[in-house]
Design a protein around this ligand. Structure first.
Ligand code: FAD
Length: 455
């Protein structure tokens, strides 16, 4: 441990429980990592970055105590949910305390109006299962739902399954309120409601530790899964775009893959067809047959259809969508990495054509639709990129931007560069208010100039 070993003893005595202060090197290393290795660029930057100790609080009062101590001793604090982020968001750059929130995992209440009140460490899969018992479900969730925490989703995620109907996490007042602890000489618990939630949302834990979250749910639907193969990517995209855009379809997932992406999905080989593009759907069971009929009329081959039996369903098609697609690709060939893009609804085909013309098989299309805050259906994408050099990757990003494709760059390790930083600077302003010394996840909000970092 590079930090003074007395810090661990002092924090243990504050908590009155030494077992929740971990200095065992291997465990600290494990809890300092996330999925940053998805990016060959971040891998080089973040390998070997590690905290000095892990602290596992069980309530907001303990977090206040720990933050008061760290403030007084100029110790960095990096919040951690489940560590499934894929941009090094939860990797401490300056050592210090890793604040592991996994023990704060209570669902306090699911209110009659469908708002869940939760602690940050609750796993999204647990929340989804509990919500469904009382006829609600998550509006949107990452494909890492089983492991990922609610606090981590708010801190570092954006959207996922469900976003085609309900938008991303920051849209449609899905996050109703967040209580967060500040990093000041006397840490406060501050309630952010309405627009003020955007101060804390997607700030990577740089400006407050979320301790209580009010999350709006949506009425539960009986879902079915459906996989449809098409001879060409164009036909698959036309069909999926039509279903995504038509509000009469009740859907939770519309994902389109160019071949050879489906060839990476070995556990669900039976849903794929050699050489063909593939679309995965989650649709209301009541509409599943109609969807199959519509797909056949458009030249589709229904390769799988069946009821969705919750997160333990096998196959679970969502396990191959959103950023899981990248994971399967890396499993097949380590040279694959990815981008996160939003195409223009009106010119998406022309944009894709130009990308193919310039980069050929170096870019493989994996499309995910989501509803924007203004109601527009966005043809989003997490395309696979066959990585050769950082220069070539940057060339692709520049070209995307040149032709009007928005890129949330997953190969940078700061909030501002990642594409979801607010142009009204509310996250930065909150950091200036709540963390004037710059001790929360230091180095990740680069427009903030820290004064008191010790290393
Ligand atoms: C295979 C794979 C698929 C993925 N798919 C998606 C997807 O579909 N959609 C998506 O949005 N993301 C996706 N992700 C990214 C990630 O899984 C999600 O964003 C997830 O919700 C993060 O939750 P976590 O608990 O693992 O957070 P962590 O990785 O632990 O933390 C994420 C960030 O939030 C901060 N944080 C954690 N808890 C708090 C808190 N209480 N208060 C303040 N800050 C906090 C951390 O400091 C960190 O900066 C994927 C990642 C992988 C590896």
């Amino acid at each position: 441990m590079s930090t003074d070993p007395r810090h661990a003893a002092a924090i243990a005595s504050l908590l009155g429980d030494g077992a929740r202060v971990i200095t065992h090197r291997q465990t600290v290393e494990q809890l300092s990592r996330d999925f940053y290795w998805y990016s060959p660029v971040l891998r080089k930057q973040l390998d070997g970055k590690v905290g000095d100790l892990v602290v596992q609080p069980v309530n907001a009062r303990e977090i206040q105590d720990v933050l008061r101590y760290c403030h007084a001793n100029d110790l960095a604090v990096t919040a951690r949910g489940a560590g499934t982020g894929n941009y090094g968001q939860a990797v401490p750059l300056h050592g210090g305390v890793v604040l592991d929130l996994a023990r704060m995992d209570r669902i306090e209440e699911i209110q009659a109006d469908g708002v869940a009140v939760c602690e940050p460490g609750v796993r999204l899969g647990v929340l989804e299962n509990e919500a469904r018992k009382v006829d609600w479900e998550l509006r949107c969730y990452p494909s890492t739902i089983v492991k990922a925490s609610l606090g981590g989703f708010l801190g570092g995620g954006s959207g996922g399954i469900g976003s085609v109907a309900h938008g991303n996490l920051r849209d449609f007042q899905t996050v109703r309120a967040i209580e967060a602890v500040t990093m000041e000489a006397e840490p406060r618990v501050v309630l952010h409601q309405g627009e003020a939630v955007h101060d804390i949302l997607h700030a990577w834990g740089t400006n407050g530790i979320a301790t209580r979250i009010w999350l709006a749910l949506t009425p539960a639907v009986e879902w079915s899964q459906c996989a449809i193969a098409f001879d060409t990517f164009d036909a698959a995209f036309d069909f999926s775009e039509r279903i995504a855009n038509d509000p009469s379809w009740t859907k939770r997932l519309v994902t389109t893959f160019e071949w050879p992406i489906p060839s990476f999905f070995t556990p669900v080989k039976q849903c794929t067809r050699e050489g063909k593009a593939l679309v995965f759907f989650l649709v209301a069971t009541a509409q599943c047959e109609a969807l199959e009929t519509a797909a056949r009329k458009s030249g589709g081959d229904v390769t799988y259809s069946g009821p969705y039996l919750g997160l333990r369903a096998r196959p679970l098609l969502s396990d191959y969508t959103w950023n899981h697609t990248t994971l399967w690709a890396i499993g097949a060939d380590e040279a694959y990495t990815y981008l996160q893009c939003a195409f223009h609804p009106g010119t998406v085909r022309e944009q894709m054509r130009r990308l193919k013309e310039r980069f050929g098989q170096e870019i493989l299309f994996h499309m995910e639709f989501w509803k924007a805050g203004d109601g527009q259906m966005i043809p989003g994408a997490i395309p696979l990129v066959y990585y050769t050099t950082e220069e070539r990757l940057n060339e692709m990003i520049s070209f995307c931007r040149e032709i009007g494709v928005f890129v949330a760059n997953p190969h940078v390790n700061n909030v501002e560069g990642g594409g979801r930083y607010r142009s009204d600077n509310v996250q930065l302003l909150a950091k200036q208010r709540y963390d004037p010394k710059g001790l929360l996840n230091p180095g990740k909000m680069i427009t903030f100039k820290p004064e008191a970092l010790t290393r």
